[in-house]
Ligand binder design. Structure first.
Ligand code: NAD
Length: 353
């Protein structure tokens, strides 16, 4: 039992359940706002327009330019829409990319945000914003960045394709796995992490065969919520660091990179921490790394960096960047072992300590 810790709850109001998108207008009012600008990616613009229309007088229109990695140039365009439309609140409808834009606007204007997540990435539950400018990604934290309200409506996840559901779900599980062994872990977050991993591990195999299965989608969304809280509440280590380098410096796709790396980083850390026994238990196995590897294969997620755009010749460079600024990890960062880890992940081999 952990007997020495600090626990601080994050203040987001969460509305969870099928059809809860109908609570959007009352929630805007509850925030004291009168005109909400709805944000989305170009791919989800139809939904955003539909929602804006349903808001009637409370709509300040749509900005559908959200894109991966929250480029500052896109945020600046969105800020012009905020100004021109007299918006006093933003509604981010979508995955981590759109929610990132909502956070970037809130950071610059202080406007309240409502997040309506449609993937499992978890950004809606964190006070963290990653943004890119001139090809460099920087991350910052702050209370103003955290959405005030989150509406989880399962109906908005039914269209998430099976492949993206699998990788997004594994991305969520990565937050919980790293929260279990985080230096600043605490018993409440560990409970959430274990249940989040369990919920996602049970739901994903059902979803990839039956994307319309509402019970499984609800379970995955519940898992995503818990895993998102883990990301917002505990410090991340080797796994998120490696994924940040692979995504930021080699432009690998976000969720797929997490999906490939998670079994390997868990296997690397497993000998150094008792905490991962909870992940193994949640996966119904006695080895977290292998359990995650089996799950990734079962849900047809990518298992090799070579299949998602990584050149073998760049592995040493990735390692060099990842080791440049040392950070805490339950197992010390050993260059030779990490090189071997990256090679296995690149080739799609089974994880090993
Ligand atoms: P995404 O938001 O980039 O979405 C990927 C694509 O899927 C987009 O085209 C989107 O429109 C589409 N999509 C989303 N939901 C859909 C649905 N239900 N049906 C059909 N299409 C749908 O993907 P993501 O993985 O959610 O987010 C990745 C980004 O979020 C990265 O930039 C990552 O760094 C960031 N992120 C940030 C945090 C944080 O706490 N700051 C946490 C997790 C992820």
């Amino acid at each position: 039992m952990q007997t020495d810790f600090i626990y601080e709850a994050l203040p987001t109001r969460v509305i969870f359940g099928e059809g809860k998108l109908d609570q959007l207008a009352p929630e805007i009012e509850r925030l004291g706002a009168k005109r909400a600008l709805v944000l989305s990616t170009p791919q989800q613009e139809d939904w955003a327009q539909h929602i804006a229309q349903s808001l009637g007088q409370a709509s300040a229109g749509v900005f559908a330019g959200a894109t991966m990695h929250t480029p500052v140039s896109v945020t600046e365009q969105a800020l012009e829409h905020v100004k021109a439309s007299n918006a006093d609140c933003v509604v981010a409808l979508g995955g981590g990319s759109t929610i990132g834009l909502g956070k970037a606007i809130a950071l610059r204007t202080g406007l309240p945000q409502i997040a309506v997540p449609t993937t499992y990435a978890g950004s809606e539950m964190t006070p963290i914003l990653g943004q890119t400018e001139n090809g460099i990604k920087t991350t910052q934290r702050g209370a103003i960045i955290q959405p005030k309200t989150v509406i989880y409506d399962v109906n908005l996840t039914l269209t998430l394709p099976a492949g993206m559901s699998a990788t997004s779900g594994l991305n969520a599980m990565a937050h919980a796995v790293e929260a279990l062994y985080a230096q600043d872990r605490n018993p409440v977050i560990s409970l959430m992490a274990e249940d989040g991993i369990r919920a996602m591990a049970e739901a994903l195999p059902v979803i990839i065969h039956s994307p319309q299965d509402k019970a499984a989608r609800l379970q995955a969304q519940y898992g995503a919520w818990l895993c998102g809280i883990c990301l917002g509440s505990a410090g991340m280590a080797l796994h998120h660091k490696l994924c940040h380098v692979l995504g930021g410096s080699f432009d690998l796709p976000h969720a797929e990179t997490h999906a490939v790396m998670l079994p390997h980083t868990a296997a690397y850390n497993e000998p150094a921490t008792e905490a991962l026994s909870r992940a193994a238990r949640a996966l119904g196995t006695d080895n977290a790394g292998l359990g995650l590897w089996e799950l990734a294969k079962k849900v047809n997620a990518p298992t090799a960096l070579k299949d998602i755009g990584m050149a073998e010749s760049d592995l040493d460079k990735a390692l060099e960047i990842a080791l440049k600024n040392p950070y805490w990890n339950p197992r010390p960062l050993e260059a030779d072992s990490l090189r071997a880890l990256l090679k296995r992940a690149w080739a799609g081999e089974a994880p090993s300590a």
